[in-house]
Structure formats: C-alpha cells, structure tokens
Design a protein. Structure first.
Lengths: 331, 291
C-alpha cells in the first residue's frame, strides 16, 4: 500500500518561551514555556497526502513550520528522505529548500506587495537556477497556467489580485522550484467557500500531475476529506487519532474526532447528535489537563480519564489515544 | 467592472500623465513649489541679475523694487541674486544631510528589526542615548569639538541623524518580518541579506520616505540656524540662514534683508511639507489596499 516514507517525524516537541524579563533575571526565575507540540510522531509516504486537523491552537501549523526548519524543536527529529535538516551540508540544505515548499494561509500577506507576480516567480527561478536565463519568461507563464492564472498576471501586483488569484500565485511561486513535498498551511481557510472548492480541486489535480507528497494542515475535516490518504487529528499538541482517511471517517474512535466530524456540514439531514458536540474553548496550552488532555471537554469523560490514555490500535494503521478506543461506539 | 473599464482606459494614456493624474492636490502643490525652487537653484547663474557677491556702495540697503527685486543688503549686494544662489547651497546641504543618513539608517534599522538579538539591543540603546539629548545640542557639542564649518556640520549630522530612520525602519520591520511573504522567501532558501534588502527594505521604507520630506526642511532650518549662530556656512557665501543673521542688525531699517531669505526658507519648507503630507496619504492608501 504505502511507498517509502518521504517524511518521518518522531517524538517532536516544540516549545515557546516568553522572553526573560529583567525581573525574571533578577529573581532567577524562568518564564513558563508553552508546549505547542508535545511528542508528535507522524509519517508521510511518498506520493501520499497526510491531513493534519485540529482546532486553532492545537499545534498543527507549528508542526508544518518545524518541518520547514522555521522553528527549532526542543526534542525529537524530523527527517526528510532519511536526513534531518541540520545533518545536511550547504548543498543538501539548498536541495531541501527546492524539494520542500510551503503554501500559506493568508493570501493577503503571502505575496510581497512590491513585486509583480512575474518578477516574484522569476526571482525564485533565477536564484535556484531552475531554468536557463532565456527560458525564465516562458517558465513563468507555464507555472501560471499550471495554477490556472492567465499570462497577463505577470505584470500585476498582488493588490490587483483577488484572494483566490493570490493563493494561486503563491502556489505558483512554491511550485517554481519543482518541489516534491508541499506543506499546505490552511491553504483555503481564508478563501470564500466557492473559491475554496476551486483551489482544492487545483491542489488535487497538481498532486496527481506532479506526484506531490503533501502535508495538508486544516481545521475543518470537510476540507481535507477528499485530499488526504491519511488523517491525523490533533488536540493540544498531541495526535488524538490517526489512520487511513476512510477508516477515520467511517469509524472514528476518539470522541474528539467524532466531535469534529459532527461539525462538518452535511447535505443530508440527520438527527442532530447533541452528545458529540464539545463544549467550551480549547484549554490554555500553559495549563494542560492531566491524564487525557481532552477530558475537560469530553462528553464521555470518566474517572479513568485522569490517567494517561493508551494508544490503542483499532485497525490497520489506525490508532486512537483514548481509554475507550477499543469499543466502537455508534449510538 | 467599472474599475476594470476605467483601468483599461487609463492604461492607454501616457504613463507619466496617468501617474500625475493620481497625485493628490497637496502632492501636486508641494511638487510644483519644490520644482520651482530646484529650477531656481539650477538656473541661478542665468536668472540672477547680479553677481551674488558683487558689492555696490552706490546702492546700500535699497528697499525692494526695481532693479533690485528683493532690495540690497548693507554691502549693496542684490538680495534676489543671493537668495537664488542660496537655494543651491541650502538644497544641496538639505539633500545630503537628509538622504545620506537615511540610507544607512534605514538599512541598519531593517537589519536590527529582522535579526533581533544583541545587534538589535545594542543598536537601540545607542539610539536611545542619542535621542535622549536634544538634537541641536549634540550637533553643537560635536561642532565645538570639530570646529565650525559646513564640512563639520555634515560629519556631525551623519553621526546623529540616522537614528530616527533606524527606529522607523526597525519598527516597520518588526511587523513585516512576521508576514508570510517574508517566511516564504526564507522557505525558498534565500540568504538573509537578500531577504532583508530586497524583500524587507522596500516594504519598510515608506514611513522613512515620508519623514524625510519634513526632515529635509528641518535640516535646512538646522543649517540655517547654525549659520545664524556662526557655526555653519561662513560669509560671504549666500546661505539663507547666514543671510538672516546678517540682516538681524538692520531689522529696523531694512526689514527685507532678513525677511527675503526667510521667505525662501518658508517656501521650501511648505513645498517639502506638502510633498511629505501627500506621500504619507498616498503610501498609506497603498498600504491599506494591500491589507
């Protein structure tokens, strides 16, 4: 089923500390650190798409940024094709920068407002020497048509483009280096629903045509459903449930996954399942509940949940971190 | 749709005209006044009816009229000619004392804002110290050490004037560096220098450009003030501030001696202030449409 792993993340911990204030230095105290990501392991097989889902504040974007080396993990390893970024020599790091690219959430800040779309893409081609100088103009046009933008966009500045067009331009810039791995950080969350579908379809087409491996970060299950081969559901810095996309959707074992699923709008009218809906806000990562971190909002919480839940394998490649994961509950 | 149609129409016109058409009235007025003064400075030898340093003891302290438009000073020199030649001195001084410190101030500030850490901390403390004292007092202190003269004014201004630009650029860079396009170029593996100078700098320079218009005026006033105190341009050079200083002794009998160069400073100030105002509006607008 699965090809060789493209990306392997093991036991990743990313912490953020508030800068030490003068008062801290005088009293010798260390400011509290926030564990945005707390022991996450995941694998993305070559050519596959992993959907990483969770509420805002769950640490999913932090994982995406850590993969690209934008924040320094406190612990754990991130290996792309068997090598961590720090282990690479300068040539290897440059290669990593070509192979792994990112698409951003906010199309309004992801493009340099001063650069015309054409020159922004041309700069990338020139810097990495993707094509010879005389072919750059043609390559820019090819990339624009690849993401469904007309060639006239070359002369446009970002402010003259709509949100969807900007997102396509950002995608073209990421594809300019011919990457094999794309980190998509909520690529459609800032777009109108009608545009979302277009961009999702485009991403699906590109994945097939270019054989891209993807990490698709989103907060809506509905968005990743048709994109992902595998799903990982995050809550407060940990993966609550992961497995093949179909299995997770068909047979969710973690109450949090079920809650997220019930939040996906459906076309068919079914009886509202009030029980699955979580209450309240995600707890502060400064003050994570002991035992199962979801228990403060879990509709099924029992006294046993004060102990750390086991990782229960419930199917092939399907794991849930819950005391009750072994029993499929379909009320 | 209307906007698209309008855009198509305007692109057919001359791009220069299109650019001018989009200027606000304060930008247009300011540019016109400043252009007039710049032209007067450039063509001073052709416009000026007299040699600015030629003394005419037949015509001492003549009131404004014909043939001396702005009158004559206590040595019989034609004030109109001196004001024209003075524009050459003051505009050049204003230009260098503004844009030389701006260049490296903005670059330093952009680096500090992007990199943070000890470089940022040290630079900001230096700036805090420099800004804790009144600018003019520090300039006078440096001039007291180096001695008066225009060259030393340049040196003292270059030592001090970059601080404001560094602060402005740093503050904007702190905002800009968190934006996704700055992350994108990092992910693309661009070296830090390229990220800061090519991608960061053009986006953090707006407030500095706006500030430079009023700084230009302030610098002309500074040099005029120093010349007035005898620390700047030395006589007989027709610097506006020095001319006012010379006219001070005759203010009761010959008001025009101090007033005419004063008007020149005023006009330059108004012109540049209007440009600054117009630019602030215009660059601010652009900023808003992109956000």
């Amino acid at each position: 089923m699965s090809a060789a792993p493209s990306l392997v993340v093991e036991d990743l911990v990313v912490e953020f500390a508030k800068p030490r204030s003068l008062a801290d230095m005088v009293t010798g105290t260390h400011p509290p650190t926030v564990r945005a990501v707390d022991g996450v392991s995941l694998t993305v097989a070559a050519g596959q798409t992993l959907g990483l889902v969770g509420e805002s504040g769950s640490g999913k974007s932090t994982i995406g940024k850590a993969i690209l080396g934008l924040n320094r993990p406190a612990r754990g390893s991130i290996r792309f094709e068997g090598k961590a970024f720090a282990e690479r020599d300068p040539a290897g790091q440059a290669e990593f920068r070509r192979r792994v690219q990112m698409v951003f959430q906010d199309p309004y800040s992801s493009l340099n407002p001063r650069l015309r779309i054409g020159s922004a893409i041309a700069e990338v081609l020139r810097f990495h020497g993707i094509v010879p100088e005389q072919e750059i103009a043609g390559e820019v046009l090819r990339l624009l048509s690849l993401v469904g933008l007309p060639g006239a966009m070359v002369e446009r500045r970002p402010r003259e483009l709509s949100g969807g067009q900007r997102q396509r331009a950002g995608l073209a810039r990421a594809l300019a280096v011919r990457p094999t791995f794309l980190v998509l950080d909520e690529p459609v969350a800032a777009l109108d629903v009608s545009i979302q579908a277009q961009v999702l379809n485009l991403l699906g087409d590109l994945r097939r045509e270019l054989g891209l491996t993807m990490l698709f970060v989103a907060h809506e299950l509905g968005v990743v459903r048709h994109m992902s081969d595998r799903l990982a559901v995050m809550y407060l810095g940990q993966i609550m449930e992961s497995g093949p996309s179909d299995a997770v959707f068909r047979d969710p074992r973690h109450p949090y996954t079920r809650a997220l699923l019930s939040a996906v709008p459906k076309m068919t009218t079914v009886k509202r399942q009030r029980a699955a809906v979580t209450q309240g806000e995600i707890p502060s990562p400064l003050n994570i509940p002991s035992g199962c971190r979801f228990r403060t909002r879990c509709p099924m919480a029992q006294p046993v949940c004060e102990t750390v839940p086991p990782e229960v394998t419930v199917g092939p490649g399907h794991v849930a971190r819950c005391h009750f994961a072994a029993t499929p509950i379909n009320p | 749709m209307a906007a698209v149609a309008e855009e198509r129409q305007t692109t057919r016109r001359n791009p220069l005209l299109r650019e001018l058409g989009s200027w606000s009235s304060s930008l247009k007025c300011g540019a016109a006044i400043t252009l007039l003064i710049v032209l007067a400075a450039v063509f001073a030898p052709w416009i000026a009816p007299y040699d600015p340093n030629a003394q005419d003891f037949e015509a001492l302290l003549m009131p404004p009229g014909w043939p001396h438009l702005f009158g004559t000073d206590s040595l019989g020199r034609d004030i109109f000619s001196r004001v024209l030649y003075g524009a050459r001195i003051d505009l050049v001084i204003g230009f260098f004392t503004t844009y030389v410190p701006m260049t490296y101030g903005v670059v330093l500030g952009a680096y500090a804002g992007y990199k943070g850490g000890w470089f940022d901390a040290v630079l900001m403390r230096i700036i805090d110290v420099a800004m804790a004292f009144p600018f003019l007092v520090l300039i006078i202190v440096i001039l007291a050490i180096l001695g008066p003269g225009i060259q030393n004014i340049y040196i003292s201004v270059f030592i001090l004037a970059w601080t404001m630009y560094a602060r402005l650029a740093r503050a904007e860079m702190l905002v800009e560096r968190t934006k996704d396009y700055m992350t994108a170029v990092k992910v693309l593996g661009f070296p830090q220098r390229r990220i800061i100078l090519r991608h960061g700098l053009p986006n953090v320079i707006n407030s500095s450009i706006v500030f430079s218009a009023s700084d230009f005026v302030l610098n002309i006033l500074l040099v005029s003030g120093l010349s007035f105190l005898g620390l700047g341009v030395q006589p007989p050079l027709p610097e506006w501030g020095a001319m006012i200083a010379e006219g001070r002794d005759f203010i009761r009998d010959a008001w025009w001696m101090a007033t005419m160069p004063g008007f020149a400073i005023l006009a330059t100030g108004v012109g540049l202030a209007l440009i600054g105002d117009g630019l602030a509006q215009r660059l601010g607008e652009r900023h808003h449409t992109t956000v």
